[in-house]
Design a protein around this ligand. Sequence first.
Ligand code: COA
Length: 332
Amino acid sequence: MRGIKIIGTGMYVPETIASNDWLSTFLDTNDEWIYSRTGIRERRISTDTPNFVMASEAAKAAVADSGIDPSEIDLVLAATCSPDYFYPALSCLVQHEVGAQNAAAFDINSACTGFINALDTASRFLEDGDYRNILVVASERLAPHCDYTDRSASILFGDGSGAAVVTKSDKPMWSYLSAKGDFFNALYCKVDQSRANCPLLKPDIAPVGIIDNEAKTHTLQMNGKAVYKFAVEAMDSAVRKVLERAGLGLDDIDLYIPHQANARIIESAVKSLGIPADKVYVNLEKRGNTSSACIPTCLAELKQAGRIKDGMTICLVGFGAGLTSGAIVFNQ
Ligand code: COA
């Protein structure tokens, strides 16, 4: 039987606050529009701190909170879709910074669903028995990838990192993971190869539906309406499917932690599921959408506030580019 216990959490957010009012100094937008359509008032932007430093700060805080020594970490899993380097993996940089010299390390990229997929992977490694303590970190520095002339997408995203140290538990956990690659072009960011200088290279072949011109190279492109529609359905469906696997009802969950993309998406899913709003944690007013980092950042805030208690049944649910989605239910 799979089971995880979160023994430590940590988070890092950059100092610089980018408010809706600041965005409206150079975009044709305003605080009222952004807040009423998304629930976001401000987000943090990392002006000069690379992703690996942000991730390592969150990871160090989680390890300190867990009380274990870094040498006791057997695996570092990092979720990111905005790494500083193609390689080495972000997890290797975090391993180095944290001093987890006995750990294996690899990355997972499923965009905003990254932490769900990484935590699910961690639980399967823990089941194996060779791995006792796993550091799962999700970290994003999205500002360099956003197009700050695009008012419908750039207003949503922020930078931040969250981490959890997990160990095997004798209480059960369940997961449901999904991907719908048919919708790959609803949300994407192309690798910038514009500076490649191999004389043999010809223009790239992009999948049909991808906008592939110079102006759009390497910035995030999004069909907001398509993602919105997918997100509401995917959250509802992932929660129902994981609960079905668990043999639990919606009322058996003490705390729901959804991906923080848009307050209206969360409200719609909460309404269609019929969950009481006070069981759902939302922090996006001050953070915006930090992609894979949203859920572990929520976990860190909740744990720090004493709201994660032993014996609780917690449901994490997320969705993102891919389009991917997933949910995890575990007994803490
Ligand atoms: N400020 C002011 N007006 C804006 C604006 C902004 N920041 N962004 C878009 N608009 C305008 C549009 O240009 C459009 O104007 P028009 O009617 O004159 O053409 C109008 O507002 C309505 O645009 P629309 O796209 O219908 O808005 P919306 O209500 O769907 O909200 C999103 C746009 C992006 C906020 C919403 O679709 C969304 O949140 N989608 C999900 C995105 C997401 O979560 N992505 C991450 C997934 S992990």
